[in-house]
Write a protein that binds this ligand. Structure first.
Ligand code: CP
Length: 302
């Protein structure tokens, strides 16, 4: 059974296949007939991009969804994640897309006979975000090898940072980090740390992150202004970036904190392209995990 709990669930050929499929926009947005497939999106943490782009991908693939709202479900009566998931399997869901605050929540779900697509587990992993980041980077540079990616901000509490760092290094990129020292991962090597002034000058890809206030107390004592001046992408710092360098952010972003308001849509920003790519990637992942490759599915391929 195909799963996507972390990117370790994918072989390198599968990863390459998914990026190619997403890039080619293979799938029609006007599906024709196919057997009914119903999935459920279970979001136990807030989400705009991941939830809505999974829903968009599902609609475009002709996959139906069961409405599930964690705040009005029997989770509120103490039902476990496993029992909730097993119930949705029992009533006919063919896959579950799950975001949950608990690290590796999916380890509790080994008794399921349907695939789980991880839409984010605590500070652990965010595999579909990473796939859309990879797609965006490759569309710009046509490679990962020898690219310098600097991930900036609250690294320790960011699942986006964790997934991206692992896969980008595996693909041959050089990965460095910048941000408050107290929010760096303890295993980080000294030479992987850059000040923000060094980061902007060296990065081919500058990946900014939001302070994950939901995963630790407060904001480290920084005011918006002190954080922005010390660790953020200011208008002055952006001018020092390499000509071809691009700016990524998984969003939601905090204008005036990790980046200046006017840089959100600046020329080198690919933030909204990332979001657009999120639909393509999630379509490719859903089709792969659900094995939508039969004759009927190919009827729907452009
Ligand atoms: N990038 C991301 O995961 O955004 P959401 O939390 O809005 O889904």
């Amino acid at each position: 059974m195909r799963q996507l709990r972390t990117l370790n669930d994918l072989s390198m050929p599968e990863l390459e296949y998914l990026l190619k499929e997403a890039d080619r926009q293979t799938y029609s947005s006007k599906p024709m007939h196919m057997e009914q497939i119903i999935v459920a999106n279970l979001f136990f943490e807030p989400s705009t991009r991941t939830k809505c782009s999974f829903e968009m991908a599902e609609k475009q693939l002709g996959i139906e969804t069961i409405a599930f709202d964690a705040t009005h479900s029997s989770v509120q009566k103490g039902e476990t994640l496993y029992d909730t998931a097993k119930t949705l399997e029992a009533i006919g869901c063919k896959a579950l897309i799950i975001r949950h605050p608990e690290l590796r929540y999916y380890d509790q779900l080994k008794g399921l006979n349907i695939p789980v697509i991880n839409a984010g587990d605590g500070a652990g992993d965010h595999p579909t975000q990473s796939l859309l980041d990879l797609l965006t980077i490759r569309q710009e540079f046509q490679r990962f090898d020898s690219l310098h990616v600097v991930i900036c901000g609250d690294i320790r509490h960011s699942r986006v940072a964790h997934t991206n760092a692992k896969i980008l290094e595996k693909l041959g990129a050089k990965v460095s980090y910048s941000g408050p020292l107290e929010w760096m991962d303890p295993q980080l090597k000294e030479d992987q740390y850059l000040t923000m002034d060094e980061a902007v000058e060296q990065a081919d890809v500058l990946m900014l992150l939001r302070i994950q206030t939901e995963r630790h107390d407060g904001n480290g004592g920084y005011t918006q202004e002190t954080y922005h001046n010390q660790y953020g992408l200011t208008v002055e710092r952006e001018k020092k970036m390499k000509k071809e360098a691009i700016l990524l952010h998984p969003a939601p972003f905090n204008r005036g904190v990790e980046l200046a308001d006017e840089l959100v849509e600046c020329e080198r920003s690919r933030i909204f392209k990332q979001m657009k790519n999120g639909v393509s990637v999630r379509k490719a992942v859903l089709a792969h995990v659900l094995n939508l490759k039969g004759e009927k599915f190919y009827d729907r391929v452009i």
